[in-house]
Design a protein around this ligand. Structure first.
Ligand code: SAH
Ligand code: SF4
Ligand code: F3S
Length: 439
């Protein structure tokens, strides 16, 4: 049988990238091999993100290009998957008549059944809110050093700006057997860093047997043989338990790194965002982690120009960023998302130019915080896991790796030692990375 070829274009977060690896895995079982070239594909999949309007627009413009390809290649099949699909459902078939299947995030594992139906000429929408359960791990992982492994999916928090609870459904934990099997497989394939992934990793296990929580899972993975690192993202500030902090301190493989999105430094805005903490509470959590874990890196997410945000309230965000000495933050201008609560507050929308200007100031502040954080490490000796080797245009040969606390380090070295752990001395600090030399 001639192998058919599939190409997947992935937008959005690590969860989507992980879903793409699963789609490749499932499709291999039904006779599709992966291609990097959309022009030679028999099946094209767009794996969409709807966190902001811009990401959603990108999906539709890409699919338009593919639709034209179908005119000269009538057997070409097109799948519209991911977060926009879960939300848009039936309407996508109407809007994009060349799409054969709309596959919601919660129906991912139904793909092998659905592919047969579209191969027979049907047009299908599968976006039911009931998650289609996975029965065994089917994954075709992109080779590398870092393996991203989902442990839970969905979100119950309903922050007023956020679409994720609508696109990923309610929180549910993956079965520990499946996670552990997947971790073991990745390690046997040579991966050196495991990042456990979830919209709120602290919720892991709430729907499982008593005692099976994030700390328990970290202990199971830490007990596996070999030298490797373990990380986890994302934490919801007030859900981080003392037990998790203890686990990070006790377990040798778990890295000193927390990503704890704060979103705003202003109490009134936080309330309007439906975040369940105020600035003082977040600060206490941060201070506690920093006092217990030396050299810990804490990163965050912030939104500029949330509906109704005043200049003064925005400045509280800038203040928070520096007062808490956040090591790095993802930033974005508020983008109204249909269905969400805040999107209805149209009379409070902040004008585009103001949002853009606030975002620019937020980014500038972020750069200062990053540089300050990086400078702390000049002269220190740290272990890096090498992730990349590059011969630059000027002939310089450089390896790049990350420290346990997630700092990127560039080191001159003339051999590709990707996947190895080496000790380096930090010689200089830039905004986004450190320079070092081998010791
Ligand atoms: N579960 C994580 C984040 C998931 S979404 C958490 O609770 O923090 C990733 C980030 O996208 C969010 O932290 C937020 O900063 C940003 N984001 C979400 N919705 C947004 C919107 N409508 N406009 C701008 N940024 C948004
Ligand atoms: Fe979105 Fe809030 Fe859930 Fe994070 S916690 S995914 S920001 S609703
Ligand atoms: Fe991720 Fe975007 Fe969906 S950030 S969860 S792919 S909306």
């Amino acid at each position: 049988m001639k192998h058919k070829k599939v190409y997947i274009e992935t937008l959005g977060c690590q969860m989507n990238k992980s879903d793409a690896e699963r789609m490749y895995g499932m499709l291999e079982h039904v006779g599709y091999s992966q291609t990097e070239n959309p022009k030679e594909a028999d099946l094209l999949i767009i794996n969409t993100c709807s966190i902001r309007q811009l990401s959603e627009d990108k999906a539709y413009s890409q699919i338009g290009v593919w639709g034209k390809m179908k005119k000269s290649k009538p057997d070409l099949k097109i799948i519209f998957a991911g977060c926009v699909a879960q939300q848009g459902g039936e309407s996508i078939l109407k809007r994009a008549p060349y799409v054969d299947l709309v596959l919601g995030t919660q129906r991912l594992y139904e793909l092998p059944n659905l592919i047969k139906r579209i191969e027979n000429g049907e047009r299908v929408v599968s976006t039911e809110e009931k998650p289609f359960e996975e029965s065994e791990i089917q994954i075709n992982r992109v080779k590398g050093v870092n393996a991203w492994i989902p442990i839970m999916e969905g979100c119950n928090n309903f922050c007023t700006y956020c679409i994720v609870p609508y696109t990923r459904g309610r929180e549910r934990s993956r079965k520990p057997e499946l996670i552990l099997a997947e971790v073991k497989k990745a390690l046997s394939e040579g991966f050196k860093e495991i990042t456990l992934l979830g919209q709120n990793v602290d919720s892991y296990g709430k729907d499982l047997e008593k005692g099976q929580n994030l700390s328990w899972l970290l202990r199971q993975i830490n007990a596996l043989n070999g030298k490797f690192r373990i990380r986890f993202v994302t934490n919801y500030p007030t859900d981080i338990t003392e037990e998790v902090i203890d686990t990070v301190i006790e377990l040798d493989k778990v890295c000193e790194y927390f990503h704890i999105p704060m979103q705003s430094g202003d109490d009134y805005v936080l309330k309007k965002m439906n975040r369940r903490y105020d600035y003082a509470t977040y600060k206490k959590i941060c201070d506690n982690i920093r006092s217990r874990i030396p050299d810990v890196t804490i990163t965050s997410d912030f939104i500029a120009g949330f509906p109704g945000e005043t200049e003064e309230q925005f400045q509280n965000t800038l203040k928070a960023m520096s007062e808490l000495e956040l090591d790095y933050s993802n930033t974005a201008a508020y983008s109204p998302r249909e269905k969400t609560v805040a999107a209805k507050w149209t009379d409070l929308y902040i004008p585009e130019d103001v949002k853009t200007e606030r975002l620019a100031r937020l980014n500038e502040h972020n750069r200062e915080c990053c540089l300050k954080s990086n400078k702390k490490y000049i002269g220190r000796e740290l272990e890096i896991l090498v992730e990349n080797y590059e011969v630059r245009k000027n002939g310089n040969k450089v390896i790049t790796g990350r420290t346990r606390n997630n700092k990127i380090v560039h080191v001159p070295f003339d051999k590709n030692i990707t996947g190895e752990f080496v000790n380096v001395k930090i010689t200089n600090a830039k905004t986004w990375y450190l320079n070092g030399e081998l010791v």
